[in-house]
Ligand binder design. Structure first.
Ligand code: PMV
Length: 348
């Protein structure tokens, strides 16, 4: 029932946090600042068609397709996203949207698609804004895309622009904000520009506790204040680690962040555990491998059982050999995904 206006397609990557965001206030405001590697291969590509409605309709509507088929399970999330962005994007009213999305990674692999998915949606909305208001600058375009993505899923604001992205206001990073992610503004050693992330798919099922619930459990959490202070401290400590390429210090900080995230879950009320036995097996194998070979491979975790194995590109063949020899045994159906640091979303 609309007049055709246009169409855009964006490919937005997933990201993996090094300093974790865990805990938020209303309006998707993070309790502490975070920083992540942008990934390259794990991504969502979304095409959005825009049509201005004619006649009596006074609100937006949309069709949602996943790989060109209707997918009702995702509709409520997208409805909520549109409702949240409406005050900032009044032009979405009286538009009908046709959304067709696809992920590069296997369905229900346990890889969170909310970051890449929400970032792709937000960028498409900004393409509509740009069509309606051609004078908006690139800086406005990307900053607002990150702002809108955050309203869909907090960590999604780190999936718009940059290979290292920081989100959350902190005194030591000029330009940092609770409202959007920014490209990490300090020098980053070349070893990190091509860092590898192999995602070991331990458990592909539904998570026992969603991240929304997990964030909520940081309210009144006995260790909340010291955890938030630690995140600030770790983000500051990363500045010299990123500049120097000190991998020993990098590993100590990144693994501690991952284990602290899961320690917060275990110390919540109610408590919960998202790691699986295979998660711990893999961690122990990584520690043994590092000790035996001296290769600076380390792990991080997001809010789930999968393990992200991080290592320099120079060590790629030895690490892949190690994965095939030892770690695939702990992966569901032997599955893992080789990814690396990428440069942010792209318009296709
Ligand atoms: O963006 P959310 O609400 O799915 O939260 C993501 C939280 C972690 O992945 C555990 C950490 C992070 O900073 O990405």
């Amino acid at each position: 029932d609309g007049v055709y206006v246009g169409e855009a397609t964006w490919k937005a990557p997933s990201n993996i946090a090094l300093v974790k965001y865990w805990g938020k206030r209303d309006g998707q405001i993070p309790a502490n600042p975070s920083v992540s590697f942008t990934l390259e291969k794990c991504a969502t590509t979304t095409t959005m068609g825009f049509a201005k409605k004619q006649g009596t309709s006074d609100t937006f509507s949309f069709d949602f397709l996943f790989e060109s088929r209707p997918k009702d399970a995702f509709r409520p999330k997208i409805q909520t996203f549109f409702e949240r962005i409406l005050p900032y994007c009044p032009y979405i009213q009286q538009h009908h949207f046709t959304i067709d999305s696809a992920n590069s990674f296997p369905h229900s692999s346990g890889i969170a698609s909310s970051a890449s998915g929400m970032a792709a949606l937000a960028l498409n909305i900004m393409s509509l804004e740009k069509a309606l208001i051609p004078e908006i600058t690139d800086d406005h375009f990307y900053q607002k895309a990150s702002f809108l993505a955050r309203l869909g899923s907090g960590s999604a604001c780190r999936s718009v622009r940059g290979n290292l992205v920081t989100w959350g206001a902190t005194a030591h990073i000029g330009g940092s904000s609770d409202l959007f992610g920014i490209p990490y503004p300090f020098p980053v050693h070349e070893v990190f520009q091509t860092y590898q992330d192999t995602v070991l798919l331990v458990h592909k099922g539904q998570k026992a506790v969603s991240s929304t619930v997990g964030h909520g459990l940081m309210h009144g959490h006995p260790y909340a204040e010291s955890r938030f202070a630690q995140a600030h401290h770790n983000l500051d400590a990363l500045q010299s680690i990123f500049a120097s390429g000190d991998l020993t210090a990098f590993i100590a900080l990144v693994e501690s962040e991952a284990l602290t995230l899961h320690a917060m879950m275990m110390a919540s009320s109610p408590y919960f555990i998202l790691m699986q036995p295979q998660t711990l097996e893999i961690i122990n194998r990584i520690w043994a491998f590092r000790k035996e070979t001296g290769i600076p491979a380390c792990f991080t975790l997001d809010a789930g059982a999968n393990v992200h194995l991080l290592y320099p590109e120079a060590n790629r063949s030895s690490v892949i050999q190690f994965i095939q020899d030892e770690l695939v045994a702990y992966c569901e159906n032997g599955q893992y995904i080789c990814d690396n640091v990428g440069n942010g979303a792209q318009r296709i």
